[in-house]
Design a binder for this molecule. Structure first.
Ligand code: SAH
Length: 386
């Protein structure tokens, strides 16, 4: 199947899926990319070319179940309909520029999203599950002090087709139906690209498309509070929050979005969110930075924030990257930190770095962000950078 799969139609993508109403101009410049359409948009498109509704279901299954992005390979559509689709629409995913395989089985792909930008996608095999870590933006505006993506600045939001294209490529490259979990932990801040990310999540949960359960789709956010609250209403998938510091003073420096949405506001949204998800629990991520956020005092402050709350904590050893000025905490310090939290009854785990030999671990995704716009949050907030 992979021969017919996503490699077709890998030319430059339009900046965004155009409105469906424009689709009825066959061959015109505004042909929609069907890969990124929501179910409603696809239904409207199918109706706009005079086809019956079940055609939309067939298209969904070809694109999001079989990962076939070539109209000619859709053998249960008549040749006439395939020709009509070719002139009224397109079906394209970002092109793979590079694939790297780690000794531990992790695979990283670099994908061309046009105009000199490239994003990374990582597949992480584990004994009982296979997780795909996807990117939602080219670069990132949030400017977290310890993150390779943030250092590059921000270029733009990815379209839904560009996000789904990452999943289609990965699905086609490995054994069918292997991917069991999807995490928005690649490049970018998913909640800053809300509309497109929601379109993707709805397809991930749709039984006729990816058919994943809500527990197996995780949005990771640095803490854009209004969007966390909105997500609770729109799509209550699992939530991971990049906490990284127990006080506003420190978090303002490490995760500058904290200046807009401080810890108490963030946690209040998290506790409300926990009530609407199956696991009833929020995962907090905490990167271990030597001498910065790893003292006993910080462990105790974390306990005060999280004890008795629907929270689990995931400690992430800092993964270094060229130009970073941080170091990972020592093993002894990390063990003591873990011990203190666990003893206080906070469920605390360590994230084992995966794919670090190919720079595929958390925070190492750099892709390629050229022509970046100077709109990093730190610049906007006037955060001093050294
Ligand atoms: N914008 C989202 C997704 C980011 S990546 C968010 O902030 O959650 C997923 C996780 O990797 C985040 O918790 C992020 O803070 C963390 N991370 C970033 N850089 C890292 C690094 N160099 N080492 C370890 N973890 C890092």
């Amino acid at each position: 199947m992979s021969a017919n799969a996503v490699n077709a139609g890998s030319e430059a993508l339009p900046a965004a899926a155009p409105p469906v109403a424009l689709a009825a101009s066959p061959g015109g410049p505004a042909r929609p990319n069907l890969l990124g359409l929501s179910r409603d948009e696809l239904d409207a498109f199918v109706a706009s070319i005079g086809q019956r509704p079940y055609r939309a279901r067939q298209l969904v299954q070809w694109m999001h179940r079989r990962h076939v992005l070539d109209f000619d390979a859709m053998t249960d559509l008549s040749i006439g309909l395939r020709e009509e689709l070719k002139s009224a629409a397109e079906l394209s995913a970002p092109r793979i520029i590079r694939e790297e395989r780690s000794d531990d089985g992790t695979i990283k792909w670099l994908l061309d999203v046009g105009h000199g930008q490239a994003v990374e996608t990582v597949m992480i095999p584990e004994p009982r599950r296979t997780t795909l870590c996807i990117s939602s933006q080219a670069g990132c505006a949030l400017d977290c002090a310890f993150c390779a993506t943030g250092q590059q600045g921000f270029n733009r939001n990815l379209t839904a087709a560009e996000i789904l294209g990452q999943i289609a490529h990965a699905s086609a490259a490995i054994a069918p139906d292997t991917i069991s979990n999807i995490v928005f932990m690649g490049m970018g801040e998913p909640l800053a690209n809300y509309r497109n990310v929601i379109t993707v999540i709805r397809l991930l949960l749709d039984d006729q498309a990816y058919g994943l359960s809500r527990r197996r789709v995780t949005v990771s956010t640095a803490g854009i509070v209004p969007q966390i609250r909105k997500l609770a209403e729109d799509c209550n998938v699992a939530l991971a929050v990049s906490l990284h510091a127990p006080t506003d003073e420190l978090r303002n420096e490490l995760v500058p979005i904290n200046r807009r949405h401080p810890i108490d506001e963030l946690l209040a949204a998290c506790w409300d969110y926990a009530e609407v998800i199956a696991s009833r629990q929020i995962t907090f991520e905490y990167v271990m930075l030597d001498g910065v956020n790893d003292s006993l005092a910080e462990a105790k402050a974390l306990i005060r924030l999280l004890r008795g709350r629907p929270a689990k904590l995931n400690l992430i050893p800092f993964n270094s990257f060229p130009g970073s000025s941080f170091r990972c905490s020592s093993q002894t310090t990390m063990d003591a930190f873990w011990q203190t939290l666990n003893a206080a009854g906070i469920v605390t785990t360590f994230r084992r770095p995966r794919g670090d030999d190919i720079a595929a671990a958390c925070g190492q995704l750099a892709g390629r962000v050229e022509d970046r716009r100077r709109v990093r949050l730190g610049d906007k907030l006037g955060v001093r950078r050294t």
